[in-house]
Design a protein around this ligand. Structure first.
Ligand code: ADP
Ligand code: MG
Length: 243
C-alpha cells in the first residue's frame, strides 16, 4: 500500500571524492510525514548525502527511490520537479535580486506551471509570510541578518512545494530565541504535510523535533532509531561525542 511504503528509499548510495569515500553504501529510508534527524561529526557525509539525493552531485553508485522511481543521477532540476527541495548549509541567494524575487525564481524553477514572474511573486509572498519575511520582500538578501537569510533559504525551498525537504544545518549560528522560532517553523512545515530530513548539531532542537534519527560516521550509517535510544548507544557516544 502506497501509504506504508517509505517516501524515499536509499540503497547502497556511494560518493567518493578522489578516492575519499564521503558516502559508502548508505542504505536508509525516509518515512512519509516524519522529521528524520541526520547527525554525525563534521566530515561524516551529511551534506554529501543531501547533495547526492538532491542531484547536486552525481553518486558513484546506488539507488534513490522516490515513489517507485529511481532518481539517482538525475540532474538537480529534475529532482526538484520530482518533489525534493534542499537548503544549503551556507545560504546562497541571488545577491542582485530582491528577497521576493529569490523566492519567486525558486517557485518557477520547480515548474509548478507558473507562467509569469507575477504568478511566481504571488506564490513567493505566501512563503515570505510563512517564514516571517514579508516585511523584507523588497530588500536585497545582503541586507538580511543570518537568521533572516536562513529563513530565506527555507522560503526558497518551500516555494517549490516539495514533498521532501532536506535541511542542512538551518539552526547553525542562531541565538536561542531564533532557534525557538525556527523550531516552531519547522514543525509547521511538517504539519502542512512536508516530510523533512533535518541535518543538525543543535541537540535540543534535534530532540524536540525529530521522530527518528540516523547517525553517520565516516560516510557510513552508524546507528538508526528513536532519538533518545540512539544518542545513548555506546557506538554513537564514542563516534559522535568522542567519549
Ligand atoms: P558533513 O556535512 O557531515 O560535515 P560532508 O558531506 O561535507 O560532511 O563531507 C564529507 C567528506 O567529503 C569530507 O571529508 C569532505 O571534506 C569531503 N567533501 C565534501 N564535499 C566535497 C567536495 N565537493 N570535494 C571534495 N571533497 C568533498
Ligand atoms: Mg555539512
Amino acid at each position: 500500500h502506497a501509504a506504508q511504503t517509505p517516501l524515499l528509499q536509499v540503497k547502497n548510495l556511494s560518493k567518493s571524492f578522489r578516492g575519499l569515500k564521503a558516502l559508502s553504501n548508505v542504505s536508509l529510508e525516509v518515512r512519509r510525514g516524519e522529521i528524520l534527524g541526520l547527525l554525525g561529526p563534521n566530515g561524516s557525509g551529511k551534506s554529501t548525502f543531501i547533495n547526492v539525493v538532491s542531484g547536486h552531485y552525481l553518486p558513484n553508485g546506488g539507488e534513490v527511490w522516490l515513489e517507485g522511481r529511481n532518481i539517482a543521477g538525475l540532474p538537480a532540476h529534475q529532482i526538484a520537479r520530482a518533489g525534493i527541495a534542499r537548503t544549503y548549509q551556507i545560504p546562497r541567494p541571488f545577491s542582485q535580486m530582491s528577497v521576493l524575487d529569490n523566492v519567486a525564481i525558486a517557485a518557477m524553477y520547480a515548474g509548478q506551471g507558473l507562467r509569469s514572474m507575477e504568478e511566481g511573486r504571488r506564490e513567493a509572498l505566501q512563503w515570505l509570510e510563512f517564514t516571517h519575511l514579508a516585511g523584507k520582500a523588497k530588500v536585497l538578501p545582503g541586507e538580511l541578518n543570518l537568521h533572516q537569510r536562513k529563513f530565506l533559504e527555507l522560503a526558497r525551498a518551500l516555494a517549490s512545494r516539495p514533498r521532501l525537504v532536506l535541511l542542512d544545518e538551518v539552526l547553525c549560528g542562531l541565538t536561542p530565541t531564533e532557534i525557538q522560532s525556527a523550531v516552531a517553523l519547522i514543525r509547521r512545515i511538517r504539519d502542512q504535510g512536508t516530510t523533512i530530513v533535518f541535518v543538525e548539531h543543535v541537540m535540543d532542537a534535534v530532540m524536540a523535533l525529530t521522530d527518528r534519527i540516523v547517525v553517520f560516521d565516516q560516510g557510513a550509517m552508524l546507528a538508526e532509531g528513536a532519538p533518545r535510544e540512539v544518542m545513548q548507544s555506546p557506538a554513537v557516544m564514542s563516534a559522535y561525542l568522542g567519549v
